[in-house]
Design a protein around this ligand. Structure first.
Ligand code: NDP
Length: 316
């Protein structure tokens, strides 16, 4: 195992809007941050197409372009951006020890966790095959392509209801595939679905297979788990809305998470239960999960790290 000698003031883990914004603020505070990009440089936005809801882009912006701009901004201000995924941490004492790619240990006085969350998929081979060709886990990103078409949304939670009602404004018909005979979603969201005429809920249904050809998704094979009936439903798009998995596993030995694995932060701050470790973006946000809210929380983490270092290590 290689051990770097230098102790960094701030080490940022993750390269989505939260990580890069934290890096921008840390640079501006002269903290010379090091940022490890993780398994998916640029984060979830690199999987999307056009982003219409990030403020400051009147014509919208391509997800990859936005992330590349954020990256360039952090580099211009002095951030040390590195390839590599954090595979282990030791937060038991300062300086903290962070293992990268199981081969190198880096030391830091403070750490900002911005590792994001990953959309859950059903685990079907056909679902993987058609990912990006009709299979999506983000209606707000990809719904635009289904104007006037027929789509299916899997899930019965708030996200599924929200995505179905959003898709219903574009698509001709939206089927919701719900595995039980009730929604998990809140009353408000349920009512919104019920009052949308072009949404049809398929209760007690499971997805057996996503069907398609070289043009992409053409349908979905469903099982009615009450009757045992299996049938094919023609659809043009298949949207997953069965929850997200926060990327917090590697920190759980030290960092408190909620039952779903989201890192718990203190009040309106980015502070975790370990002094000097902060969390920003989707890894600590089960509710909003937007690029702009992630960027906002990255700003808070950058400022919190600066204040922490000023108080506890004033000589730095
Ligand atoms: P949830 O965990 O709340 O819901 C997941 C849904 O997917 C459930 O209906 C679940 O079914 C279903 N599901 C899970 N696994 C499978 C599977 N393998 N096959 C089929 N169906 C499956 O996740 P959400 O993303 O909807 O919400 C996460 C959090 O974010 C919640 O706290 C929610 O309230 C919040 N949120 C709030 C919003 C708002 O207020 N506007 C908008 C979006 C999210 P089952 O019920 O049977 O377990």
């Amino acid at each position: 195992m290689i051990m770097e000698e230098q102790i960094y003031k701030v080490l940022i883990i993750g390269s989505g809007p939260a990580g890069f914004t934290a890096a921008i603020y840390a640079c501006r505070a002269n903290l010379n941050p090091v940022l490890y990009e993780g398994m998916q440089p640029g984060g979830q936005l690199t999987e999307t197409t056009r982003i219409e809801n990030f403020p400051g882009y009147p014509e919208g912006v391509d997800g990859n372009d936005l992330m590349e701009d954020l990256r360039k901004q952090a580099i211009r201000l002095g951030a040390d951006i590195r390839f590599g995924a954090v595979t282990k941490v030791d937060f038991s004492k300062r300086p903290f020890l962070i293992t990268v790619d199981d081969e190198k240990v880096v030391m830091a006085h403070s750490v900002i966790i911005a590792t994001g969350a990953t959309a859950r998929y059903l685990g079907l081979e056909s679902e993987t095959r058609f990912r990006g060709q009709g299979v999506s886990a983000c209606a707000t990103c990809d719904g635009f392509f289904y104007r006037g078409k027929t789509v299916a949304v899997v899930g019965g939670g708030d996200t599924a209801c929200e995505e179905a009602t959003y898709l219903a404004t574009l698509a001709k018909k939206v089927y919701m595939v719900v595995r039980r005979d009730v929604f998990r979603a809140s009353e408000t969201m349920r009512k919104r679905v019920e009052s949308t005429p072009n949404i049809e809920v398929l209760w007690n249904h499971n997805t057996k297979e996503v069907l398609g050809d070289s043009s992409g998704v053409t349908g979905v094979r469903l099982l009615n788990n009450k009757t045992g009936n299996v049938y094919d439903l023609p659809v043009d798009g298949f949207f997953l809305a069965i929850g997200h998995h926060p990327n917090s596993d590697v920190f759980k030995e030290y960092i408190t998470t909620n039952p779903e694995g989201y890192i718990v932060t203190e009040g309106k701050t980015s502070k975790t239960n370990v002094e000097g470790v902060f969390a920003a973006g989707d890894v600590q946000d089960p509710s909003y999960r937007q690029a702009v809210t992630a960027a906002g929380s990255g700003c808070k983490a950058g400022l919190d790290a600066e204040r922490f270092l000023a108080c506890y290590l004033p000589t730095l």
